[in-house]
Design a protein around this ligand. Structure first.
Ligand code: ZN
Length: 219
């Protein structure tokens, strides 16, 4: 203990309060015979001397990681998980002006194709009158969502947007309410969704060609 005290090399390293007590922290070099020392706190009320083992160092040295040998390096390279990215585009042309399309299977197949085991998938509508959401694949709820959106953002002719000659002001607002994208987790090579969670493409200005980007990323 005295040896450690004698080997103090720094002026007070910093001062701090730990568990409400005022502490002064010093950097010290610990002799090699005390190599098993992990952490030392010496009480000298009202201050503490805290010693951290700086093994194999002499004064003024900065600890460095020893460079890996070529054999180790090649082993590490082959063991390092490889970052994978897959991009797919899903195409839509709905028969109705508004539609809610279940797309979990398409996203799942993109995940399988990517080979990603741990990561995430971004699913994003590439339009300003369509969205992506995660919720229950239940027909009554889908009807409720449609009625709720129509109540919040009803179709009418008087939107400012219509001065441009368009008539889809409500479609833009409905898309804003749903949001345009989701990120879903991938665990052990599968979409890690909750029991009732399903991914949907929400169309608010259909009967034309639309796209969704699916970007799968991970290891
Ligand atoms: Zn518009």
């Amino acid at each position: 203990m005295e040896r450690v005290l004698r080997s103090v090399i720094s002026p007070p390293f910093y001062e701090t309060t730990v568990t409400g007590l005022w502490c002064t922290v010093y950097l010290v070099v610990i002799p090699s015979e005390t190599r098993d020392l992990q952490f030392l706190t010496i009480e000298s009320n009202p201050r503490f001397l805290v010693a951290f083992p700086l093994l194999g160092m002499t004064k003024g040295e900065v600890p460095k990681r020893s460079p890996a040998s070529p054999v180790q390096s090649s082993l590490n390279a082959s063991q390092e998980p490889e970052m994978k990215v897959l991009t797919e585009y899903l195409k839509f042309h709905t028969k109705t002006h508004r539609a809610y399309v279940h797309i979990t299977p398409q996203v799942e197949s993109a995940v399988k194709k990517s080979g990603v085991q741990e990561g995430m998938a971004l699913v994003s509508a590439m339009h300003i009158t369509a969205g992506i959401y995660v919720n229950d694949n239940e027909s009554g709820l889908i009807e409720d969502i449609d009625q709720w959106l129509e109540k919040l953002a009803p179709f009418n002719k008087n939107y400012q947007h219509h001065q441009t000659g368009e008539d889809n002001g409500d479609s833009h607002l409905k898309a804003l309410l749903i949001h345009h994208e989701v990120v879903v987790p991938i665990t052990a090579g599968n979409l890690d969704l909750g029991t009732w969670q399903r991914i949907f493409y929400a169309e608010f200005d259909g009967q034309r060609d639309k796209r969704v980007i699916v970007k799968v990323m991970g290891e």
